[in-house]
Design a protein around this ligand. Structure first.
Ligand code: NDP
Length: 267
């Protein structure tokens, strides 16, 4: 029997997850079906309950429900999901639901394996203090950077996130001064609005990587990184890597991500 999965969000029509998981299933010979479920803003738990009752095996969770998914899983969340207070992968067992967060490992795998960049010993700037920044902060710190600074338009939010996540510093952009970073990660949604965060141009160290989690478009932040002489990369690789981690959790197999990343870039 075909095992059924879904991505649950609002809106969700734009999600590339069904295509990515269909590619993984084809390449690994797994018999799965994967669809989109648009839950009403006040109906996340109901949508999950219905999908479970209909025989679903697991689900991905996207905006704006990752925090609700964390609460839905009650006791059954991974340490990473607990630290992030956000779940993007649900595993349905008999009567119980387990929650995981694969965003952080997805980002790390893209930066270190696909882009060949070290995080250990490097100066890292994480821009944004929303769900995406929360999800990746713990895994980034675990990769042992020399320095990690969280920055947000709301300095209070940056400080609170840094404190909660054990990062040494949370700042407003105006507090960055002349500090330079080897890795500048844009975990804001600014690119979706055609904007760049108010980052001082001097923030890129020589040979830096500017990484925008927004994918599939050339954002003003990526242009800013290129203009500063940095390598500029979007979040396509992270998207595919976090999906591969979900697939591994569900199916016990790690799909090859390279062909899917390059096919997604052509679409
Ligand atoms: P949230 O809505 O939770 O947070 C948005 C963040 O962006 C806030 O910190 C907000 O700052 C900041 N922001 C918005 N506009 C600007 C701006 N013009 N200048 C500076 N900061 C700005 O969103 P998420 O954290 O969940 O997601 C952020 C992005 O990451 C999304 O675009 C999403 O597509 C992407 N993403 C990509 C993934 C991938 O696999 N590639 C995975 C997860 C997310 P403030 O606090 O000041 O309002």
């Amino acid at each position: 029997m075909t095992d059924r999965y879904a991505v649950i969000g609002h809106p969700v029509a734009h999600s590339k997850s069904p295509w990515i998981h269909a590619e993984f299933a084809r390449a690994t010979g797994q018999d799965i079906a994967y669809r989109r479920i648009e839950a009403p803003l006040d109906g996340f738990a109901r949508a999950v309950d219905e999908f479970r009752a209909a025989g679903g095996c697991g689900a991905n969770v996207t905006l704006p429900f990752k925090n609700q998914a964390f609460h839905y899983c009650r006791g059954g969340v991974s340490p990473g999901a607990r630290a992030a207070q956000a779940v993007n992968t649900l595993l349905f067992g008999r009567g119980a639901v387990r929650g995981e967060n694969t965003d952080g490992i997805g980002l790390l795998r893209d930066i270190t394996l696909n882009l060949g960049r070290a995080i250990a010993g490097k100066r890292v700037l994480l821009m944004g203090a929303g769900g995406a920044a929360q999800g990746v902060l713990g895994p980034l710190l675990a990769a042992a950077p020399q320095r990690l600074v969280v920055v947000d338009r709301d300095a209070g939010k940056a400080r609170a996130l840094a404190q909660r996540g054990g990062a040494p510093a949370g700042l407003g952009y105006e507090e960055l001064g002349g500090a330079q970073f080897d890795l500048v990660i844009n975990a804001t949604s600014a690119g979706l609005a055609g904007e760049a965060p108010p980052l001082p141009a001097g923030a890129f160290a020589p040979d830096a990587l500017g990484y925008d989690m927004v994918y599939g478009r050339d954002t003003p932040f990526l242009a800013m990184a290129r203009a500063a002489g940095a390598e500029a990369r979007d979040g396509t690789g992270m998207l595919v890597e976090q999906a591969a981690e979900s697939f591994l959790l569900w199916r016990g197999l790690r799909p090859d991500t390279a062909p899917v990343i390059s096919a997604l870039r052509q679409r």
